[in-house]
Design a protein around this ligand. Structure first.
Ligand code: ZN
Length: 134
């Protein structure tokens, strides 16, 4: 079951600068976290029940680095909170949706995540996520 928008993922070129901008805008800063597996440094801001997740590449081979090279710093993905990300992957695949992640991987903020292929939504990158069980 899809519960809410968990976060909006925004690719940024300079994480420190972006943190200052979003603080100034008035969002509640939660903290930063590096996800080595994804080669990204993240910063979270609370917006009601949801978050902004700022994403900066920590390595040129990061998918975020490639995204910024192509598109500049901008909106990257929308993450939907689900009860069980594994069950959601199975359900979406059964509906015929192409998944980038057929197995959940570890994201920031204690989430297990999986991305739908943007082809599946005709262009928008969607993530499904649920809290890691451990
Ligand atoms: Zn995300």
């Amino acid at each position: 079951m899809i519960r809410k928008i968990e976060h909006l993922g925004i690719a940024v070129t300079d994480l420190d600068e972006a943190i200052e901008i979003y603080k100034k805008i008035g969002l509640e800063f939660v903290g930063t976290e590096v996800v080595d597996e994804q080669k990204v440094a993240t910063a979270f801001f609370k917006v009601g029940e949801s978050y902004f997740e700022l994403l900066a590449a920590t390595d040129p081979s990061s998918t975020i680095a490639k995204f910024i090279e192509k598109n500049g710093g901008r909106m990257h993905h929308i993450a939907l909170a689900v009860d069980d990300v594994e069950a959601e992957i199975a359900r979406l695949q059964a509906e015929g949706f192409e998944m980038i992640d057929k197995v959940p991987r570890r994201g920031a903020h204690g989430n297990m995540i999986a991305f739908l292929h943007p082809r599946a939504t005709r262009g928008t990158l969607l993530e499904v996520c649920s809290k890691a069980k451990d």
